[in-house]
Design a binder for this molecule. Structure first.
Ligand code: NAG
Ligand code: NAG
Ligand code: NAG
Ligand code: NAG
Length: 343
C-alpha cells in the first residue's frame, strides 16, 4: 500500500476549468486534504489514531473526521516503508524521528529504558559505539537512514506500530566532528533532538571513574556492569571510592561544560528539548514532557535500573578533603553539596 505517501499533492497540479461548482468544491476539498498530507486510505479505515485535534469536513453527503495537524508539525511526520516487513495496520500512523544526545554517565541508559517501556517508542541504543559506522559522513548518514527507515534491529525494535524511533548519540561518538552535516540531515529529515545533560559534573566524574574501574575489576561475579538492576549490585559497585586528580579537576569540568554549550549552539536550529538528569530523578513526571515533545500518548514508564551512587559525595570520593578544598570558593562549589533522592 502506498496511499500514505506525500505525493498526493499532485492531485492539485492540473486544475481543470469549467467544472460545475459542486465538483470544484470537491476538488478544492481534496487539495485541502492533500495539503494536510492526510492519508486518504485511512479515511476508509477505522479512523485516526493520532492524538491531535479533530475536525469534520463534508464532501457531498458524507462527513469525514480527520485531525488538524499544525503546519509546523508536518516536516516531523514520516511514513517509512521498511525494506524487510510492512507496517500493516499502522502504515498510516506517522512516525517521528528523534536522537538522544548525551554524554557518558549522565543517566541516558536509565532514560532510554524508560522511553523503551512505551509501547510506541523504539530507541536503539548507542549505535555509534561501533567505529565503522562513524568512519565518515557517508557511513553516518547510511546508518541514520537505516534507523529512521525502521530497518534497524536491536532489542528495542518494536513492531509495525512504532510511533517514534531514535537512538542514543554520545558527543564523543563522531557527533562533534560531524555536527554540520548532522544538523543539515536533522533539518532535512525533521529529526528532533533530545539533549540530556547532568548538572553535577563532579558526580558524573565519580561515576565515570567508578565505571572505568569496574571495567577491569569486574566486581560483580567477574562481569563488568555499567548499569545494575538491584540495590545489592549497586552497593557492591559503590564500595569503590575513586581518587580524583585535583590538578585536572577544574579544567575537566570546564571542558565538559564547553562541549554541552557548543553542541547546543550547533543544534539550536533543530527542533529540540534540553533535559537534566537531576530534574528527571527528582521528578519523574517530567518524563511526560518528553512524551509530549515526541507527541506520543502518555503512559506509565518503567525502568529496572537502580542508581549506584546515592550517598553524599563525601562518602564516594577517597580524597574528599582535597577535592572539597579545590572547589570551595569556585563557581562549582555547589557540586559538593547538591544531593537528591529519587522519588
Ligand atoms: C482544538 O480545537 C479547538 C477548537 O478550534 C480549540 O479550542 C482547542 O484548543 C484545540 N485543541 C488543541 C489540542 O489544539
Ligand atoms: C567512507 O567509509 C567507507 C567505509 O570505510 C568507504 O567505503 C567510503 O568510500 C568512505 N566515503 C568517503 C566519502 O570517504
Ligand atoms: C501505539 O501502538 C499501538 C499498539 O501497537 C497502536 O495501536 C497505536 O496506534 C500506536 N500509537 C501511535 C501514536 O503510534
Ligand atoms: C554472584 O553469584 C552468586 C551465585 O551464582 C549469586 O548468588 C550472587 O547474587 C551473585 N552476586 C552478584 C554481586 O551478582
Amino acid at each position: 500500500m502506498h496511499f500514505c505517501s506525500r505525493n498526493m499533492s499532485s492531485i492539485g497540479t492540473k486544475p481543470q476549468m469549467r467544472l460545475p461548482i459542486f465538483q470544484r468544491t470537491v476538488l478544492l476539498t481534496l487539495v485541502m486534504i492533500s495539503s494536510f498530507y492526510i492519508c486518504l486510505f485511512c479515511l476508509n479505515q477505522k479512523g485516526f489514531r493520532i492524538n491531535l485535534n479533530v475536525t469534520t469536513i463534508e464532501v457531498g453527503d458524507e462527513a469525514y473526521k480527520y485531525p488538524i495537524i499544525p503546519t509546523a508539525e508536518l516536516p516531523h511526520l514520516h511514513y517509512p516503508k521498511p525494506t524487510t516487513y510492512t507496517r500493516n495496520e499502522c502504515a498510516c500512523n506517522p512516525v517521528r524521528y528523534f536522537a538522544i544526545i548525551s554524554m557518558q554517565r549522565s543517566g541516558s541508559g536509565w532514560f532510554e529504558t524508560l522511553l523503551n517501556s512505551h509501547i510506541n517508542i523504539s530507541s536503539n541504543g548507542e549505535i555509534f559505539l561501533v567505529k565503522e559506522r562513524r568512519r565518515n559522513v557517508s557511513t553516518i548518514m547510511e546508518t541514520l537512514d537505516k534507523v529512521y527507515n525502521l530497518d534497524w534491529y536491536s532489542s528495542a525494535s518494536k513492531n509495525e506500530c512504532t510511533g517514534a524511533v531514535g537512538f542514543k548519540w554520545m558527543l564523543n561518538q563522531g557527533l562533534m566532528e560531524n555536527h554540520e552535516d548532522t544538523v543539515e540531515y536533522f533539518k532535512r529529515k525533521g529529526v528532533s533532538s533530545i539533549f540530556l545533560f547532568r548538572r553535577n559534573l563532579l558526580r558524573r566524574l565519580v561515576s565515570l571513574l567508578a565505571n572505568s574501574h569496574d571495567r577491569d575489576a569486574k566486581q560483580l561475579n567477574g562481569t563488568h556492569k555499567a548499569h545494575v538492576h538491584s540495590r545489592h549490585e549497586a552497593e557492591v559497585l559503590a564500595r569503590f571510592k575513586p581518587l580524583i586528580d585535583v590538578e585536572s579537576l577544574i579544567p575537566d569540568i570546564k571542558q565538559t561544560r564547553k562541549w554541552s554549550t557548543d553542541i547546543l549552539q550547533y543544534f539550536k536550529g533543530t527542533r529540540h528539548i534540553v533535559l537534566y538528569y537531576e530534574d528527571l530523578v527528582r521528578n519523574q513526571a517530567k518524563m511526560m514532557d518528553v512524551l509530549d515533545f515526541l507527541r506520543m500518548p502518555h503512559a506509565k514508564l518503567t525502568s529496572r535500573h537502580v542508581k549506584i551512587h546515592t550517598r553524599p559525595l563525601s562518602d564516594h570520593i577517597q580524597n574528599w578533603d582535597v577535592v572539597s578544598q579545590a572547589l570551595k570558593g569556585t563557581k562549582y562549589e555547589s557540586f559538593l553539596h547538591s544531593d537528591y533522592q529519587r522519588k
